[in-house]
Design a protein around this ligand. Structure first.
Ligand SMILES: CC(=O)SCCNC(=O)CCNC(=O)[C@H](O)C(C)(C)COP(=O)(O)OP(=O)(O)OC[C@H]1O[C@@H](n2cnc3c(N)ncnc32)[C@H](O)[C@@H]1OP(=O)(O)O
Ligand SMILES: O=C([O-])CC(=O)C(=O)O
Length: 373
């Protein structure tokens, strides 16, 4: 760049860049609040089913009883794995990460949908409902096959959350477990322009199809700086072992300049608005499963991290151990995040299409000046 040109302002990682408007959710780090279509997420977590929240994110309003019944009915009848999706899952070795299996399965669901290229709002809504219904079957079957267990067929008499757990574990667990799972799904459902949602919007902005956008979003969510952190938190807990080891482990990890999984956030700098609600759900699980040792490790590491770095936990910190207590394998945690976030992603895909502009930022070249052979 010549001396006379002014340097463009680079916002590495797009930090602080407002890329577009959205009416789906509002993350406010100043008031530490998160609204879905205007409703505080804590109120939704206290009072709503996951399907009600899905409907809210997609349509902008909570459903009437008739609208909810229609959504539930549409979901219930699409819960079973199609044979070609099951066959595709079986082709993926169990050495692959479950996020890779889910990414592949969603790709096959898209490739076998005759309406995949239909980008009308009606067709995209139908695809969103289908993915909401089918992702639990993929996640549950993949965990079971890794354990050498048979597939469990869905039950149409159960709600979404109960059926998800039934397909995974072959039984519906205690109410306290079902409820903690429901809360986690609602808290994970949506979070404005996070990396995976933005990925989905970038792909959508080229007028690619909804399934391609979701496959890309799954890839973005997999990374440990984003959704992969809920799995990584559990690996940290396993590495530390017990609460007595937590402070020494943390000091070592910080000295090695490691990022402590489950802590920090790009937007929230004084704590994640969702953590108190998820921590309360974790507490009910700790009591139910009688695991004060896990709670002690959780508290000790959090206290030490706040003391040393003044960095607060994010949602993945309580979700990881909560999913562990529910009985999920650690590698299944991020696919559970997908099962929830499919609602937010698809809401954003539809919002992007309704007012589309190709997303294509500029870059400042810093390679060699023009030269010739
Ligand atoms: C649901 C979700 O996706 S929530 C996010 C889940 N991800 C994680 O939990 C992974 C761990 N956390 C992190 O890596 C980061 O906090 C991120 C990626 C989430 C946010 O990162 P950014 O907004 O880019 O913050 P940034 O990386 O600039 O951090 C600012 C400072 O805090 C430090 N910091 C931030 N998070 C952490 C952490 N978890 N452990 C140690 N140090 C941290 C950084 O090292 C940096 O320090 P420095 O100024 O001395 O270099
Ligand atoms: O908003 C973010 O950057 C990450 C996050 O918490 C989420 O996607 O839930």
């Amino acid at each position: 760049m010549s001396q006379t040109q002014t340097e463009p302002e680079i916002r590495k990682g797009l930090v602080g860049v407002v890329a577009d408007t959205t009416a789906i959710s509002k993350v406010n780090p100043d008031t530490n609040s998160l609204l879905y279509r205007g409703y505080p997420v804590q109120e939704l977590a206290a009072r709503c089913t996951f399907e009600e929240v899905a409907y809210l994110l997609w349509h902008g309003e909570l459903p009437t009883p008739e609208q909810l019944a229609a959504l539930e009915e549409a979901g219930r009848t699409q819960r079973a794995l199609a044979p070609e999706v099951r066959a595709a899952i079986d082709l993926v070795p169990t050495t692959a990460h479950p996020m890779d299996v889910l990414r592949t399965a969603v790709s096959v669901i898209g490739a076998t949908d005759p309406a995949a290229e239909d980008a009308s709002p009606e067709a995209n809504y139908a695809k969103s409902v289908r993915l909401l219904a089918q992702i639990p079957a993929v996640v549950a079957y993949d965990q079971r096959r890794r354990r050498g267990q048979e597939l469990v067929e869905p039950r149409e008499d159960l709600g979404y959350t109960e059926n998800f757990l039934h397909m995974t574990f072959g039984e519906v667990p205690a109410d306290v477990v079902v409820d903690a799972f429901r809360v986690s799904l609602i808290l994970y459902a949506e979070h404005s322009f996070n990396a995976s949602t933005f990925t989905a919007r970038v792909i959508t902005s080229t007028l690619s199809d909804l399934y391609s956008a979701v496959v890309g979003a799954i890839g973005a969510l997999k990374g440990p700086l984003h959704g992969g952190a809920n799995e990584a938190v559990m690996h940290v807990f396993d590495e530390i072992g017990t609460a007595e080891n937590a402070e020494a482990w943390l000091d070592r990890a910080l000295a090695e300049k490691r990022k402590i999984m489950g802590f920090g956030h790009r937007v929230y700098k004084h704590g994640d608005s969702r953590v108190p609600t998820m921590k309360a759900a974790l507490d009910t699980l700790v009591a139910h499963y009688d695991r004060p040792d896990l709670a002690a490790l959780y508290d000790t590491l959090e206290r030490a991290m706040v003391e040393r770095k003044n960095i607060q936990p994010n949602l993945d910190y309580p979700s990881g151990p909560a999913y562990h207590l529910m009985g999920f394998d650690t590698e299944t945690f991020t696919p559970l995040f997908v099962a929830a976030r499919i609602t937010g992603w698809t809401a954003h895909i539809m919002e992007q299409l309704a007012s589309n502009a190709l997303i294509r930022p500029l870059s400042a070249y810093h390679g060699p000046d023009e030269r010739h052979l």
